[in-house]
Ligand binder design. Structure first.
Ligand SMILES: CC(C)(COP(=O)(O)OP(=O)(O)OC[C@H]1O[C@@H](n2cnc3c(N)ncnc32)[C@H](O)[C@@H]1OP(=O)(O)O)[C@@H](O)C(=O)NCCC(=O)NCCS
Length: 152
């Protein structure tokens, strides 16, 4: 498997991220599963790029874009991470590899629907631990996972 590269997303990535986001499996995995129109996506994308509390990274491997990592700052020491691979890159072990390659500077929190087995497995393989699960307002059962920077 080629090296994993992560770089900040730019406006040029808007259409790819839109395609990955509206994929059926992604929508099933998301907390808001409605299909999104391109104009609404563009607004979300631009707002996200400008948001100091959010970081969008495009992941590349072998010269191809393979997915998106989203980080939302929770507080001084923790961020929530989300991952969405391009549909054609799923099921090949990239998920765990990408998640394991995130530079650890703090505490990373992740949430996944408990029926998203592939996602939970990928997070655990990348060193995340299951903390607890809860039911959200929409009635979905959500698993919370975390990974902390190693103590020296
Ligand atoms: C979730 C995601 C990041 C996982 O990455 P991936 O590279 O596709 O993961 P893999 O195919 O390597 O699967 C990881 C593991 O889960 C297993 N798995 C995948 N789907 C499964 C399923 N439906 N049931 C049981 N096991 C499953 C795989 O066999 C693999 O197990 P292994 O490591 O023991 O071989 C990726 O599929 C994705 O982006 N999906 C859409 C968006 C999404 O769900 N994001 C996460 C939201 S929290």
């Amino acid at each position: 498997m080629s090296e994993i590269i992560m770089r900040p997303a730019t406006q040029d990535d808007c259409a790819d991220v839109y395609r990955w986001r509206n994929d059926e499996e992604t929508r099933r995995a998301s907390f808001s599963s409605a299909e999104i129109g391109f104009v609404d996506h563009q607004k979300w994308f631009q707002k996200s790029l400008a948001d100091p509390e959010r970081e969008l990274l495009i992941v590349e491997s072998g010269g191809r874009k393979i997915g998106l990592l989203r980080f939302d700052r929770l507080n001084d020491f923790s961020r929530e991470v989300g991952i969405n691979l391009a549909p054609e890159m799923r099921g090949r072990g990239f998920g765990a590899k990408v998640l394991a390659a995130i530079p650890m500077t703090d505490l990373l929190i992740a949430r996944a629907k408990t029926n998203n087995i592939g996602s939970i497995k990928a997070f655990k393989k990348a060193g995340f631990n299951e903390l607890f699960d809860y039911q959200n307002k929409a009635g979905d059962q959500i698993q919370v996972l975390a990974k902390a920077k190693e103590l020296r």
